[in-house]
Design a protein around this ligand. Structure first.
Ligand code: AMP
Ligand code: GLY
Length: 429
């Protein structure tokens, strides 16, 4: 098969690395890709939202399958674009329909979906310009912290946790009246703050059948000990020590099954990944229960860089079955070893940082997998080209051992301003 993968981050390097291992994958193209994906496929200079250019490339190169990494093209309707075109509609797109992608593309849509299908999530209300005053009044009746979420995609920045009612009211006005996040915050979800520990579960579904992939916990803050600004993710671990069989049973029965049945009942076409972010929430009676924080309509980044290395079976074969609606026959084989991914970032990230720094030492790493996140190849060198530069994944008998191996690998890699968190997995030592 000839496969076109869309995206250019560490997630896509992990997709390329995994798919290239499949005997079913004869040729892989990555649009636009990075310096890592080019080791496994041919990078092509097409943007992920340029559907007309993607269409032409797919037809000119007789592509057999399109795999979508990031959320943007999914929310913009790439699945439906292919379906509506006679020349393209037999070519499977691995990813949900435009409506399915609304699980991530609209917080209000996903809250309505969860409420309708009885899926545990924080209680909420949605507000926009026509009822801004009601929103301010609603805030007055809440107990801080108060969680405000821009309805639409806001590059991971659209969630604000406000410690006072005054701050929440000011932010609500900023979001709705002053378009703080552009169109994405013309509608805002205000929800109850959930206290607890987060973890993530990944599901592959053909809309009827589903398979649960390895779980992960990511570390979003820039600083050690979970301090400082939020980032796209500074590292992750898998499996997650407290996510045992009993908790996974609750996750499956209360969330995964109702989600898949909800998609079917609502006639939402969904052939792709669902990334479910959970809060293992502390309830007033002292017990803890899993609540859904969010859905994403794609795999995570850096979570893909840990989840795929823990899958031993053939991902492309799973995609072929998924496209046919036959996922039930697939067996996802999981590597029992623990794994850790540590992100190497540019100094200054997630605020201003410099690009174009030469990276050395990647080829000296023997015991870890180095995925490229923000890199580019130029004049025989690999240069930094983003805030998150590399994702270094290692296996171990324990999480601690896997993290130590990744950290040792990162010590062999160098570029000006290199920064990483040495404490990934710190709570589980
Ligand atoms: P999201 O963009 O929905 O993933 O939210 C970003 C982050 O905000 C999450 O990973 C959580 O850490 C936090 N968050 C979102 N919703 C809540 C909530 N209801 N209670 C507490 N924290 C939340
Ligand atoms: N690491 C968080 C995400 O991919 O959304």
């Amino acid at each position: 098969m000839k496969i076109l993968l869309l995206g250019s981050g560490g997630r896509e390097h992990a997709f390329a690395w995994k798919m290239a291992q499949s005997p079913l994958c004869q040729k892989l193209y990555v649009a636009p890709g990075n310096a890592g994906t080019s080791q496994f496929g041919e990078n092509v200079a097409i943007g992920v939202n340029d559907f007309a250019a993607i269409e032409k490339f797919v037809l000119d190169n007789r592509i057999d399958m399109v795999v979508v990494g990031p959320e943007d093209p999914l929310v913009n309707g790439i699945y439906d674009y292919f379906l509506a075109n006679e020349a393209l509609n037999k070519i499977p797109v691995i990813g949900p329909s435009k409506l399915g992608a609304q699980l991530e593309g609209s917080k209000a849509f996903s809250k309505v979906f969860m409420l309708k299908h009885g899926i545990p999530t924080a209680i909420y209300q949605e507000f926009s310009a026509h009822n801004l005053d009601a929103g301010l009044d609603y805030i007055d009746h809440q107990t801080p912290p108060i969680v405000l979420k821009a309805d639409g995609l806001a590059a991971g920045k659209g969630v604000l946790i406000c410690q006072t009612k005054e701050k929440a009211k000011a932010e609500l006005r900023e979001m709705i009246a002053n378009a703080k996040f552009g169109k994405a915050s013309s509608k805002v979800v205000i929800e109850q703050f959930l206290k607890g520990i987060e973890f993530s579960v990944f599901v592959l579904t053909d809309g009827i059948n589903y398979k649960i992939l390895p779980q992960a916990k990511d570390y979003k803050r820039i600083g050690e000990g979970d301090t400082g600004l939020n980032t796209g993710g500074m590292g992750c671990i898998s499996p997650v020590p407290f996510v045992d069989a009993a908790l996974m049973k609750k996750v499956e029965e209360r969330v995964i099954i109702p989600t898949i049945e909800g998609l079917r009942k609502d006639r939402i076409t969904y052939k792709g990944f669902i990334y479910i972010g959970f809060m293992q929430t502390e309830l007033p009676n002292g017990t803890t229960e899993p609540f859904v924080i969010e859905y994403n309509c794609r795999m995570g980044d850096p979570e893909t860089e840990i989840v795929f290395p823990r899958i031993k079976s053939d991902l492309v074969q799973h995609f072929v079955a998924l496209a046919k609606g036959e996922l039930q026959n697939e067996v996802i084989e999981i590597d029992p070893r623990a794994a850790a991914t540590v992100i190497v970032a540019s100094g200054g990230y997630p605020e201003d940082y410099q690009k174009g720094k030469e990276i050395t030492g990647i080829d000296t790493v023997a015991n870890s997998i180095v995925f490229h996140a923000g890199t580019k190849a130029e004049g025989g060198k690999v240069l930094t080209n983003g805030g998150r530069v590399l994702a270094v994944t290692s296996y171990g008998k324990t999480i601690t051992e896997a993290v130590a191996t990744s950290n040792a690998a990162i010590e062999k890699i160098d570029f000006e301003g290199k920064y990483y968190r040495r404490d990934i997995g710190f709570e589980f030592k």
